[in-house]
Every structure is written in C-alpha cells, then in structure tokens.
Design a protein around this ligand. Structure first.
Ligand SMILES: Cc1ncc(COP(=O)(O)O)c(C=O)c1O
Length: 451
C-alpha cells in the first residue's frame, strides 16, 4: 500500500486545508525512536512540538511500554460505570497527592472532555444547591480550552471557531492582563486591572457559576504568560463573589511552565482543575477533572433527588491509560524531571535572548519549556505581524511556511499564526534541544531575507 497516497485519499486531517494537503509532499510516520519520528522512507524528524504538546520522554520509553504490556495482559478495559478498576483508583490517589488541594478525580479521554466535565460540574453544583440562575461562565479573551461545543463557548478564538458561533453559548469574557515578556518577566499585575476585574465579577456574580482560565499562561489562542499575582487575584475574587474557579492545566501543568502543578505555584485556590496532555507522556489518551470536597459533596443526596452527576464516557478511567499515567508520574520523580526542565529553561532563555536582535523578531515570551516568538517586520515603521510568506511563488501562511521549511531541516514543528511556538518534549536532552533551537534560528534567518 502506498501510505502517502492512501492518506491523501482516505484521511481528513485536523485544522488542514485538504486541497493544499493533496498537493503537498505529505509524510507518514511509521515509527518513533527517542525524540524522533521516522517516516516511510526512513527520514527522521525531531518531534519539535511534542506531538501536540503532550510527549514527555520521547517515543520508545521502555518503562512505559512495559507498563502497557503488563496492563494489557491483565485487563484491557472495564468501564467505571458501576465498577472500579485498580489503575484508575491508584492513579486518582497519586494525582490527589500531587495536586494537594483536591479531593476527587473524574476521568475522561482528552483535554476537551475534561473541560466539558468541569463545565457541567460547575452548572450542576449551583443547581444542586438551589441556584438555578447561576448557569453562565466567565473566561478570558484569547483563552483556549478545546474544540468541543462547550469548550469553544468558553475559549472562543475567532480564527478557529467563527463558523460555529451561532451554536455556541458564549461566556462573558474579559481581556487578560498584558503578558510578561522575555525582558519584562518579573512584572506584577496592575491594581487598575484588578479593580476592573472586580467590577466584572461583581456584575455577573448572580448569573455566573464559574470562571474558567488556563493556569499560568494562555497558549493556543495567543501566547500570554500571566504577570505575578494575576491568577491569585482571580482566585480571591472568585471566593469573594461566589464563583467557582476552574483552572485548565491541560497544556501548562506537569512541568511545562517549570512547576509540577502550576496553580500551586500561582498561589491560587481553584475548586476544579483539568489535566491532560503530559499526564500519560503522550502514550495514551487520558484526561482528568479534579475537584474539592465542597464541589463533590453538593452532588450527594438521596437518589430520588436526582443530584448525581450525569456524565460518563465509554473509556472513562481506562485501565491502560491510567497505568501509563502511573508509570509516567513515577518517572517524573525518578528522574527529577521538573529540575531538568528548569535547567533547560535557563538554556532556552539564553537562546531566545540571542534571537531578539533579528529584524523580524518582535515580542518574545518565555516560561519553563514554553517559548513564543512573534514574527514582525521591524524594518517598517508600523511593525506589522508577518502573516504570510512566499513559498515557491505562492503565498502561504507563516505557520505553514515554518512547518514546511522545518521539516526539510529534520524538525517537525507547528507555529501559531505569525508566532513561532517552542514546546519541546519535556525530557528533551541538551543536544536535541540545541538542534531544535538552531533550526528555529535558521528559519528566522530565512524569513529575514524574505521580508
Ligand atoms: C489549555 C488547553 N485546554 C484544552 C485543550 C484541549 O485538549 P485536547 O486537544 O486534548 O482536547 C488544549 C489543547 O491544546 C489546551 O491547550
């Protein structure tokens, strides 16, 4: 079978103009090896975006593979509808220890469903307590929480979601504070901003059940690292105005921003927390929604009162996914991964500083193993973002250009519009990380001569 041809014929790819795809020299990955993906011709590509931000240890980690084999021989799947299973129970205990302030774990399959769980939990929490009017949400502009209808209603990113606006029940949104940047990374949230935020909370406290926000930083809707004190201030206002705080650690938890649990580092006190992506190191689809006793206990009643939580998926608490996550989290401790991330973060900062001088590099944002470089034309007075580039005589989007040029240099990465996003596998070694950053420097140089 010609896999490249069959892929073009049968498969519909996410966020992809398939008309372009049909003309592109598409790659089909048949193998992983360490931090590299290998295609049908044996070409190797560094997994520069951690397979959509979830890969931790690379692709052939023996301990994780062994745990999958052991689990698959023992129990492949048994549903949490009416039954428990060992890995789901053990993982829940581990997650509650790590997250410190949470008391219960609800399982689902991916980040978007973890968010749906959190949204439904928030609405029903207030309803169970007799507050039926509190059924709207608060959120931040440029937030992103996934692609299902509920998640799109909260993190509405117009470029992605405008086609579906008519069926979304949009939340009340407020702009986030100005992002900290490479040079200005110690900034604190301004009092004016907090005062405005308080007016926003006060206005909607009777009708809103929860504030939903990414923890520590926004990524997919526009990279924005929160200034000090912001998440804590939101948390305090939620408390003051009787609004639940839902934090989304799906992309930013498990070390991405240099902390195992970002909301603890932010000194915030959420009621509900969503985790996914790196939870299984990228080896199995699994996500969780954690909550406090206060939330959980509002669902306890006589069955006839109908207060129980009406949510579940076929694969809720999947034993293979849960045993993978247990091994993954054991490896975090064994290798002291968060320390390693912090060391690599210092290296990333130094390399980003070098890139700053380029005439096409605008704002740079950095925290932990997250970096973002806005491409702007600094030669012009207006410093417009570089949204498209010439590719063999045809204009293509900058993110498409980055992906196509990087792959020629042996790296797979995806940009976000006019922003180069650096999100490597969390345990990447120095040599591979240097290679990734060298390729990004090369890309920037290529863009310099094109504008
Ligand atoms: C912050 C955040 N929340 C939720 C999601 C959705 O996760 P998934 O793609 O697993 O549904 C993402 C995905 O990128 C994300 O970045």
């Amino acid at each position: 079978m010609d896999l490249e041809q069959a892929d073009k014929q049968f498969v519909w790819h996410p966020y992809t103009q398939m008309k372009d795809w049909l003309q592109w020299n598409n790659k089909v990955i048949v193998k992983g090896n360490g931090f590299y993906l290998i295609d049908t011709d044996g070409n190797r590509y560094l997994d520069g975006c951690a397979s959509m931000w979830c890969n931790v240890w690379g692709h052939t980690n023996k301990e994780i593979i062994d745990s999958i084999i052991t689990q698959v021989k023992q129990l492949q799947h048994s549903s949490l509808f009416g039954l428990g299973n060992r890995p789901a129970i053990e993982l829940a205990e581990i997650l509650l220890k790590i997250s410190k302030q949470m008391d219960h774990v609800f399982y689902s399959d991916n980040g978007s469903t973890a968010i749906e769980v959190a949204l439904k939990m928030s609405v029903q929490y207030w309803r169970n307590k007799g507050y039926n009017r509190k059924n709207r949400f608060l959120s931040l502009e440029h937030g992103y929480h996934g692609d299902t209808l509920g998640a799109m209603s909260i993190g509405y990113v117009p470029e992605y979601f405008r086609h579906y606006k008519s069926v979304l029940r949009l939340s009340k949104r407020i702009s986030p504070p100005k992002s900290s940047t490479l040079d200005d990374f110690r900034i604190h949230v301004k009092q004016d901003y907090i005062d405005n935020l308080e007016r926003f909370f006060s206005k909607y406290s009777d009708t809103c059940c929860a504030m939903v926000m990414e923890s520590g930083a926004q990524i997919a809707g526009g990279v924005n690292v929160y200034p000090y004190g912001f998440q804590k201030a939101v948390s305090e206002l939620c408390n003051k105005y009787d609004i639940l705080l839902v934090v989304d650690e799906i992309a930013t938890g498990f070390g991405r921003l240099g902390n195992m649990v970002e909301y603890l580092a932010q000194r915030s006190n959420p009621d509900i927390v969503c985790m996914g992506k790196a939870l299984t190191g990228g080896y199995s689809p699994l996500a969780v929604t954690l909550c406090k006793n206060e939330v959980y206990s509002a669902f306890l009643s006589d069955y006839s009162e109908n207060k129980h939580f009406c949510h579940g998926h076929t694969y809720t608490g999947h034993p293979i996914g849960c045993s993978v996550a247990i091994t993954n989290l054991r490896l975090y401790r064994k290798h002291d991964l968060v320390e390693n991330i912090r060391r690599n973060s210092i290296y990333l900062r130094a390399r980003l500083k070098e890139m700053q001088a380029s005439p096409v590099v605008g704002r740079i944002v950095h925290k932990g193993l997250l970096g973002a470089i806005d491409l702007v034309n600094k030669k012009e007075k207006k410093q417009e973002p570089i949204q498209s580039l010439d590719y063999h005589g045809k204009k293509i989007s900058t993110s498409n250009y980055i992906m196509r040029e990087a792959i020629k240099m042996g790296v797979f990465m995806r940009g976000l519009g006019d922003t180069i996003v650096i999100i490597p596998p969390l345990a990447i070694g120095k040599r591979d990380f240097k290679f990734l950053l060298d390729v990004i420097c090369e890309l920037i140089k290529k863009i310099e001569v094109m504008v």
